[in-house]
Design a protein around this ligand. Structure first.
Ligand code: ATP
Length: 234
């Protein structure tokens, strides 16, 4: 479904991503793990068009993405939930969710998906008329995911969805990600919480200073001693 080959991302003199190859197959959860600054977020941004690739190719169902705008990439079915929840303050929760569907025309489908989002995140329905800025951190994270789902994506890019959440909510977010997969959406997940991410991932890649240093199934990576020492806290 998604193929990334020899991807490079640069910010001026900073070479953040140095030749990454990765693949996401339809129906999978694939995770990118690695230390701070390894290039995980930059890789997601290059895929969704928020940053330009300096070199390399990204294709989605065979179609090259490199030259497309973020909006056109979204139209192809890729939604990105960036790090740090970018919800729209000043708009209600419901308006935020509706914004997620702004490229869609199928009113009945949108209504159906709003119901699904509310059943996945009941708190969003309770808070639907409230300014999104008044939500707690965890609720804003749910809203950001809900908004991305309102676009009915084929591929969902999640950047650290568990960041800053209480342990019980972390559990819940991971189970929601599994549920999203079960409903037919493919997921590419960046996580600091590597152990949890590997436990739900079909496959994973470990990034170090802009390069892939290990790749394998979630199970293989979780069982590797080297990876446990370096990334999973022993
Ligand atoms: P984290 O887990 O801390 O979010 P990451 O693996 O997602 O890290 P990136 O955010 O992709 O890493 O950053 C990779 C490198 O690129 C880092 O050294 C970072 O400082 C640098 N970088 C990222 N964005 C920019 C930018 N807009 N301008 C300059 N440097 C940047």
């Amino acid at each position: 479904m998604l193929k990334v080959e020899n991807l490079h991302v640069k910010y001026g003199a900073i070479h953040a991503v140095k030749g990454i190859d990765l693949e996401v197959k339809e129906g999978e959860i694939v995770t990118l793990i690695g230390a701070n600054g390894a290039g995980k977020s930059s890789t997601l941004k290059a895929i969704s068009g928020l940053e330009k690739a300096a070199e390399g190719s990204i294709t989605f169902n065979g179609q090259p993405l490199n030259k497309l705008s973020a909006r056109n990439i979204m139209k192809l079915g890729i939604s990105h939930v960036p790090e740090g929840r970018r919800i729209f303050a000043g708009l209600t929760v419901l308006e935020n969710l509706e914004m997620g569907a702004y490229l869609r025309k199928d009113k009945a489908g949108i209504k159906e998906d709003l119901k699904k989002v509310y059943s996945r995140f009941p708190i969003l329905e309770k808070r639907s008329r409230q300014d999104a800025a008044t939500l707690s951190g965890g609720e804003q994270q749910m809203l950001a995911m809900g908004r991305a789902l309102m676009a009915k994506p084929k591929l969902l890019l999640l950047d650290e969805p568990s960041m800053g959440l209480a342990p019980i909510l972390v559990q819940e977010i991971f189970s929601i990600i599994q549920d999203i997969k079960a409903q037919g959406t493919t997921v590419l997940l960046v996580e600091q919480n590597a152990r949890m991410a590997l436990s739900i991932a079909d496959r994973g890649y470990v990034l170090e200073t802009g390069k892939v240093v290990y790749a394998g199934t979630g199970e293989e990576l979780a069982e590797s001693e080297e990876i446990a020492k370096a990334y999973l806290g022993g």
